[in-house]
Structure formats: structure tokens, C-alpha cells
Design a protein around this ligand. Structure first.
Ligand SMILES: [Zn+2]
Length: 165
């Protein structure tokens, strides 16, 4: 998702597009002058450039005629659609966090797949526990190093080339 600080305001967008309307050749120098000298954030510019290219407005260092008003409308609409998708994904993720069912199964079904083979230990909802957490839910006093804990969790052996951390 575009961060708010990377998003151009309507005024910025309008100003930029009005200038672009008057530019015929849009080569590297023209781009530099237009964008970098105005202090347009890099991410915001790259996003806008992509939006213009995907609409066929920027083509081969040329800017084709366009209407500023309808372009802004179209850009904002696209952003809104994208935000709705992100929101939906976030909601699905939150449902997954709060689920009482098998997380593996839920995750697979999100990608339209089924759990074919049962895997043990499966997930926390199926009773899998970290080895060093006792049944009262308290972390035992002797904590293993993080590397060892991760390896146990993923059932992998010690790495040969130990890094010193
Ligand atoms: Zn499970």
C-alpha cells in the first residue's frame, strides 16, 4: 500500500499533470527537471509514472494528450480499488490469527488448496507447542538460544557453518 506520505495530494497531482500536458518530449532530462527539482517523492513519482505508462499516456519518451481531471479521477479510483483489496486481505489475515480451527488448513484454503496429508506437529490450534514452554504456558527458565529454538521448530539440523552472533 502506498504510504500516505508517498501519496501525492490532489493539488500536487494537478500541478504536475498540468505541467506534463505542456511537455512534448519526455526524456531523462525533462523527467529530472519536472520531478526531482520539484521535490516530488521518488516513490510517488514512480507510482504516477507507472499509472501514466499503463494508460498509454507516457509512451517512448512522449506524452500523449490527456485530460487532467479525468486522469486524476481514474488514478484515485484505481487507488481506492487497490485499498479495498488490501483491506480484504488484512481482514482475512486477522480472521486467520483469531481462528480456533487448524491454521494450516485455513491457510491452504485461502490459496484454494486442501490439506491432503496430516502433519504432526501441525499448528498451535492442533496442539503443537514449543518444546521449552511448559503446559502452564510459562516459558521455562532455561531459554535456548534463538537459533536452536528455530531449528527445533522447523525440524532442521544444526548448520555446519555457525555464525557468531
Ligand atoms: Zn493444525
Amino acid at each position: 500500500m502506498l504510504l500516505e506520505r508517498d501519496k501525492l495530494t490532489d493539488e500536487q497531482l494537478q500541478e504536475l499533470l498540468h505541467v506534463m500536458q505542456k511537455v512534448n518530449s519526455f526524456d531523462y532530462n525533462a523527467e529530472k527537471e519536472l520531478v526531482h527539482m520539484r521535490g516530488v517523492p521518488d516513490v510517488a513519482w514512480r507510482t504516477l509514472k507507472y499509472q501514466l505508462e499503463s494508460r498509454g499516456i507516457i509512451r517512448k519518451e512522449q506524452i500523449l494528450p490527456f485530460s487532467v481531471e479525468s486522469l486524476i479521477l481514474s488514478i484515485r479510483e484505481e487507488e481506492q480499488e487497490r485499498n479495498q483489496i488490501k483491506q480484504k486481505n488484512l481482514e482475512a489475515f486477522l480472521r486467520w490469527i483469531k481462528t480456533q480451527g487448524c491454521r494450516r488448513e485455513k491457510l491452504l484454503s485461502y490459496f484454494n488448496e486442501n490439506l491432503i496429508q496430516e502433519i504432526q506437529p501441525c499448528c498451535d490450534n492442533c496442539g503443537a507447542r514449543l518444546p521449552q514452554i511448559n503446559n502452564k504456558g510459562h516459558v521455562s527458565s532455561s531459554l535456548l538460544p534463538w537459533r536452536k529454538t528455530l531449528m527445533e521448530l522447523f525440524n532442521v539440523g544444526e548448520s555446519k557453518h555457525e555464525e557468531t552472533t
